[in-house]
Design a protein around this ligand. Structure first.
Ligand code: AMP
Ligand code: MG
Length: 400
């Protein structure tokens, strides 16, 4: 059986990155840049003041102290947004506001708090060095400089930077559209009465939310019955609409598990038994260049397998480079035995105490017990066939 890391790497190696599209930067949050960006302007575009105060020649205030202030004549007031009119000569100062353009002749700004203005004179009570409180042309970004490249995740600072570079739209990787189909004769849509033998379809809703959370665009394709012909029809319709397909249920060994044979008809599918719990049976493959994920039907398995496999795949499709959630060490609050030959991803509450994370499981961990995930904020990894005592260290990760 493949380990989680092996199976995930094999899968990721086959996942395509979607083509790029142009988007306005107001609609680019959480997209990934698909071009190299050079600055076509300096930031800032001119030398300007970092303070409200007085633009001076540093040499004129070199000896200034509280007891012995320098006295300069104020020649103009320069507000943000306007160019200065007069150069500052020896013995002169210009009143200047934060962000306003430095006048010729001045080489520093004295902050207002150490000055006292009286009509067209100003007393300066502290010295400054040349360049103090001045922001120079291009000091943040110089014209021609490479600022961001392909693969850059566009977070709020990047959006702000794009605006300051006068980029109204940029090339980003498309986000994947993802069709979701639940399978099973027992599934009842919300709002319909439950008759004996039937249960609610929860996976479709959980997967829909997970696709959104992973930055994909979910497409709800409803429920497929345990019938091969009808399942094939629905899967084909789903694939035609989306960049990827997620199915839940029907990948196990039961007589009514028709998903495997249908998927095999649609494309190159590997049926994987991954050495993990929850979620051993699952299918993965490509049809018409589109990834297909056959997730297990048990609600916890479906959510956990999505987290560990589908989420990184969708991130890769959208051009992301960081695909996995960070892991860290946590101290077990209880003793845990994993008799299974598979690594167990247990649902846990991770809390911080004195700079350490403490992990406590969320009670019964059966793969049908969805509540174990509702109570959890993370997963902990219990290796195959071990007993770990309270106080021992496990690998942990936050979810959602
Ligand atoms: P299967 O893999 O189809 O045999 O399903 C395994 C278990 O998960 C069964 O108990 C199913 O009833 C349950 N199950 C399958 N699909 C769903 C779903 N969409 N929502 C909730 N439970 C499901
Ligand atoms: Mg089923």
């Amino acid at each position: 059986m493949l380990s989680v890391d092996e199976a995930r790497q094999r899968m990721l190696d086959t996942i395509p990155i979607l083509p790029a599209e142009k988007r306005e930067i107001l609609n680019c949050t959480d997209y990934v840049l698909a071009e190299e960006l050079q600055a076509t302007e300096n930031i800032p575009p001119f030398d300007n003041s970092a303070m409200d105060g007085f633009a001076v020649r540093a040499a004129d205030v070199k000896e200034a102290t509280q007891e012995n202030p320098a006295v300069l004549s104020v020649i103009e007031m320069i507000a943000a947004g306007y160019a200065p009119i007069k150069p500052v000569a020896a013995g002169q100062a210009a009143r200047i506001m934060t962000g306003a353009m430095m006048p010729d002749g001045a080489d520093a700004v004295v902050m207002q708090e150490v000055t006292q203005q009286d009509a067209d004179k100003v007393e300066i009570f502290e010295s400054v060095d040349e360049a103090d409180n001045v922001r120079f042309t291009g000091e943040s970004v110089a014209e021609g400089q490479q600022v961001m490249g392909k693969g850059k995740h566009l977070r709020p600072p990047e959006i702000s930077m794009l605006a300051s570079l006068n980029c109204a739209d940029v090339s980003v990787y498309r986000k994947p559209t993802v069709a979701i189909v639940s399978t099973g004769d027992e599934l009842t849509p919300l709002g319909e009465p439950l008759v004996p033998g039937k249960i609610r379809d929860s996976n479709r809703y959980g997967l829909y939310a997970q696709v959104e959370e992973a930055g994909g665009v979910p497409i709800d394709m409803g429920i497929a019955p345990d019938d091969a012909a009808e399942t094939e029809r629905i899967f084909r319709a789903a694939l035609a609409k989306a960049d990827a397909l997620i199915t839940s249920g029907g990948v196990s060994v039961g007589e009514h598990d028709v998903v495997k044979s249908v998927l095999a008809k649609l494309g190159e599918i590997n049926f994987w038994r991954v050495a993990m719990k929850p979620g051993k049976p699952q299918a993965y493959g490509i049809a018409d260049g589109k990834p297909i994920f056959g997730l297990p039907g048990n609600p916890v398995s479906s959510l956990v397998v999505f987290e560990l496999f589908v989420r990184p795949a969708l991130l890769k499709m959208a051009g992301h480079q960081k695909l996995l959630r960070p892991t860290f060490k946590a101290t077990l609050a209880e003793t845990i035995t994993n008799r299974d030959g598979r690594v167990n991803y247990m649902r846990a509450i991770l809390t911080e105490s004195d700079g350490q994370y403490i992990a406590e499981t969320t009670g019964p961990q059966g793969s049908g017990i969805l509540h174990s995930l509702v109570l959890a904020n993370g997963l902990i990894t219990i290796p195959a066939g071990v007993t770990l005592a309270a106080g021992e260290i496990v690998e942990a990760q936050f979810l959602f």
